[in-house]
Every structure is written in structure tokens, then in C-alpha cells.
Design a protein. Structure first.
Length: 275
């Protein structure tokens, strides 16, 4: 008992976890010693007990060393396995590369949509509305990475031009929903047809990689970072949009055009026959 008391004194006040853990373990040590003297514990049992004690203490000390602390009955990991310099270098590298990349993307994007008298936010809203087949303003804001007021104001301008229609749902009167009009879809499809990859700096910058590896970069690491920031829903809509492009559009005479209903039916028939 004296050893146990001395052990408590060695431990700092803020290291309460050690005191809680050491008390029962020292009791086991004392019982083992007592039973040993009476010949009630075999050598194997003694060895097992002391091995357990050794691992128990090692686990607690390592947990404390690596920054695990008990908060509200659960173990909260506060381990920092990176340096501040490493963190700053990574975040600034991403920030400055993204800024440089965005400057080029923004310029090419504006040049692409300029003949249709659209800005980037307006084009993005039309894009989301097309793939959603009816989206709320909050969904437009979320997946368009813009403020709700920005999404609403630009959607209103598009409505005034006859490219979007506003509506309310019977089971949801609180949210405002938007849909592409025929005119809006026509504009979006013409935009797809007018896309010229040779006028896109990012495409041209990635072309040597395609020539080297046989495919364009999949930027999986970037997608993982975006998923961790914006969540799974964001990435699901992101993937759905590009899956729709793959399925709904074909290349004809160097242009992207939407498949008509007849060609889609023929393709379905061919695939069903082949299967």
C-alpha cells in the first residue's frame, strides 16, 4: 500500500488517468505476491498476470504520449503527426496552384459562354438544373458552391430571359424549385455543341499526360479532398452530372450533340440483343 501511495505522488495532478489505472493494477501485483507466498499461484499464472500488467501500462503510457484524452466518456485523439511547417507548405501549395489554375479556367469558361450572354454562375445554374431535372434554390447554392442569395438572384435573371421556370411543390411549400424551360435546354445544348477543346488551356496542359499515359489525369487526390470538405452528396451529384454527359451525348462531326429518343431506343435494343 505504501508503494501505491508513493506512485500516486509521483504522478502529476492533471494526469488523473494514471492514478485511476495504477490503483487496480497495483492491487493485482500485491495479490499476486501474496498468493505466491502461499503457493496458490503457478509460475504460468504469475507470468500471464505480469504480461497483462506490462501491456496494460504500456498501452496507457503510449496513449497519453500520443495525445489521447478522455472527454465525456470517450477517447478523443489529439495526436498531431505533422509539423506546422509541413501543414503550411501543403496548404499554401494547394492555394497558390488553385489560384493559378482558376485564373486560366475562369478565362476559358467566360470565353466559351460569352456568345450566349451568360456569366459563370448563370451557366452553372443551368447545368445543375439540367442534371437535377428540378432543383431547389438551396440545392443550386450547395452544388454550385455559391451563396443562396447569389443562386436566387441569378436564377431570377434566367427566369426573366425565359431560360428557367420557378415553381413550388405540393408537399414542400417552403422551398422554391427551378426547372429548365425548352429555351433554357436549347441554350445549354448549343453550348455543348460549341465546346472547342483546343481553346481550353487546362485541356492543352493535360494533353501531354494523356499522350504519355494513354488517359487524362483522374485527379483522385483532389476529389478526395473535395469530398472531405463538401461531403458525399456533393460528389454524388458531381459524378451524376458527368455520367449523364457520357450517356446522353454523342460526338458527331467533331461536336457533342444529345442523343435523340430513337437512337437511344436502338442502342438499348442492340445491347439487349448482344446480352
Amino acid at each position: 500500500m505504501k508503494r501505491q501511495k508513493n506512485m500516486k505522488l509521483i504522478i502529476k495532478k492533471n494526469d488523473c488517468i494514471y492514478i485511476i489505472a495504477f490503483s487496480p493494477m497495483l492491487t493485482i501485483c500485491w495479490l499476486t505476491y501474496s498468493y505466491e507466498r502461499r503457493g496458490m499461484v503457478t509460475k504460468i499464472k504469475k507470468l500471464n498476470i505480469f504480461i497483462f500488467i506490462n501491456f496494460y501500462f504500456t498501452g496507457i503510457i503510449e496513449s497519453k504520449k500520443h495525445g489521447e484524452e478522455r472527454v465525456g466518456g470517450t477517447m478523443k485523439t489529439t495526436e498531431q503527426n505533422y509539423s506546422i511547417k509541413e501543414a503550411m507548405l501543403f496548404s499554401q501549395r494547394i492555394a497558390q496552384l488553385s489560384k493559378a489554375l482558376w485564373k486560366s479556367i475562369e478565362k476559358d469558361w467566360q470565353q466559351w459562354i460569352k456568345p450566349f450572354d451568360l456569366n459563370i454562375n448563370e451557366h452553372h445554374i443551368l447545368w445543375i438544373a439540367y442534371h437535377f431535372k428540378g432543383a431547389s434554390i438551396s440545392e443550386i447554392a450547395k452544388f454550385g458552391v455559391m451563396h443562396v442569395s447569389t443562386a436566387f438572384n441569378f436564377s431570377k435573371k434566367l427566369e426573366e430571359r425565359g431560360l428557367l421556370s420557378f415553381s413550388k411543390k405540393q408537399d414542400d411549400k417552403r422551398n422554391t424549385y427551378i426547372e429548365l424551360t425548352e429555351k433554357g435546354e436549347e441554350v445549354l445544348l448549343k453550348l455543348m455543341e460549341s465546346y472547342d477543346p483546343t481553346q481550353n488551356a487546362v485541356f492543352n496542359g493535360a494533353l501531354p499526360l494523356r499522350e504519355l499515359y494513354g488517359k487524362f489525369p483522374e485527379i483522385l487526390e483532389m476529389m478526395c479532398i473535395i469530398r472531405n470538405i463538401y461531403g458525399d452528396d456533393f460528389m454524388e451529384i458531381f459524378e451524376r452530372a458527368f455520367e449523364n454527359i457520357k450517356n446522353d451525348f454523342v460526338e458527331q462531326d467533331g461536336k457533342l450533340v444529345k442523343r435523340n429518343a430513337k437512337s437511344q431506343e436502338k442502342e438499348k435494343e442492340l445491347t439487349s440483343q448482344s446480352s
